[in-house]
Design a protein around this ligand. Structure first.
Ligand code: GTP
Ligand code: MG
Length: 339
């Protein structure tokens, strides 16, 4: 499996502009013709462009220097230099770019095909043909090309998903993702099976709508002070519109809810305000009446809608998906790939 990298640094350098030329026309019968030095070409830009097929910044580990082409100098006979080639760098949806030194946000790219220049190329210099005046017929003046911007850029990925799955390790988040989408995350009966986020897409209606779900590694008490895998993956919840708590009915779901809620609140208090609901999972392990009673208590305790499900047996998923869609404002759901 490809390694998931959601933060990295790259050095970027845009192209320098080409210098303007100093030249004079020397034609037969006109040995002292006018100034003819052309302009330098502008330097290429370094541009980020979203590629929907990418989900990690891993490529940049192997390609930490991104350099665009320099502009060519101007030439005689009024010829301008060619511009330097832009460097177009593909990044996953959800990529942010910051200037490492100033902290300035240079790009926040979400939609497929979205583009942003993160280092502009230098302008081309002017050739001497522009410096003629009535008193200065043969200027020996041209301007140099401008320097391209160079900077260290911190790239950060915040996955683009409408729904974020959160819960303790082993609650069944990855199982639920696999049940609702075509994703094939690793699932196993021990904590911290998921080490990096997984994304899946739920296709709804006749395929015209869809929304994506992020399954992030499980949280434990004290995650915000580094316990377990910590809270660094919680950044992937920042773009979600809705949080889905996955709680294991066979444990203590009320206590687990409180732990998870406290941890996400310690990371970012705004996350607590986000619309949320609960998938009370593993109902296959209890009798129907016990499950229903637990769901009622949990609903009263949390004030959130509670759905009784078995992600493993794929029961109770339709009402859950219908409510997710309703809250996201989409049409009726059709599950992708429910073998
Ligand atoms: N009986 C039962 N077991 C389930 C259900 N859903 C998940 N499991 C099991 O619970 C275990 C953990 O499931 P995962 O989907 O890996 O849990 P997770 O929340 O992704 O765990 P982490 O990745 O460690 O955070 C696996 O053995 C699953 O088969 C369910 O509805 N019923
Ligand atoms: Mg998992």
């Amino acid at each position: 499996m490809a390694r998931f990298i959601d933060e990295t640094r790259v050095f970027v350098r845009a192209g320098n502009g080409g210098d303007g030329a100093i030249a004079f026309l020397r034609e037969k019968y006109r040995p002292f013709g006018g100034p003819s030095g052309g302009d330098g070409g502008r330097g290429g830009d370094v541009i980020l462009e979203v590629d929907e097929g990418l989900m990690t910044l891993l490529d940049f580990k192997y390609k930490p220097r991104l350099i665009a082409g320099n502009g060519e100098p101007g030439r005689g006979k009024h010829q301008n230099g060619h511009g330097g080639a832009d460097l177009i760098v593909r990044v996953p949806p959800g990529t942010l770019a910051f200037d490492e030194d100033s902290g300035e946000l240079l790009a926040d790219l979400v939609l497929p095909g979205a583009r942003q220049i993160i280092a502009p190329g230098g302008g081309g210099g002017s050739g001497n043909m522009h410096f003629v005046t009535s008193t200065r017929r043969a200027p020996r003046i041209a301007t140099p090309g401008g320097a391209g911007v160079q900077r260290t850029v911190r790239l950060e990925l915040r996955l683009v998903a409408e729904v974020g799955l959160i819960g303790l390790p082993n609650a069944g988040k990855s199982t639920l993702l696999a049940a609702m989408t075509a994703a094939h995350p690793k699932i196993a009966p021990y904590p911290f099976t998921t080490l990096t986020p997984n994304l899946g897409r739920v296709i709804t209606g006749i395929g015209e709508h869809s929304f994506s779900i992020a399954d992030i590694p499980g949280l434990i008490e004290g995650a915000h002070v580094g316990h377990g895998l910590g809270i660094r993956f919680l950044r992937h919840l920042s773009r979600t519109r809705l949080l889905l708590y996955v709680l294991d009915l066979s444990g203590d779901p009320e206590k687990d809810f409180t732990i998870v809620r406290n941890e996400i609140g310690a990371f970012d208090a705004n996350l607590i305000e986000r619309p949320a609901m609960i998938a009370l999972n593993k109902i296959d392990l209890l009798s129907n009446s016990d499950a229903a009673a637990a769901a009622r208590t949990l609903g009263a305790h949390t004030g959130l809608p509670v759905f009784e499900i078995s992600a493993m047996k794929r029961t109770g998923l339709e009402p859950l998906l219908a409510e997710l869609e309703r809250m996201l404002g989409l049409g009726a759901p059709v599950l992708e790939c429910r073998n």
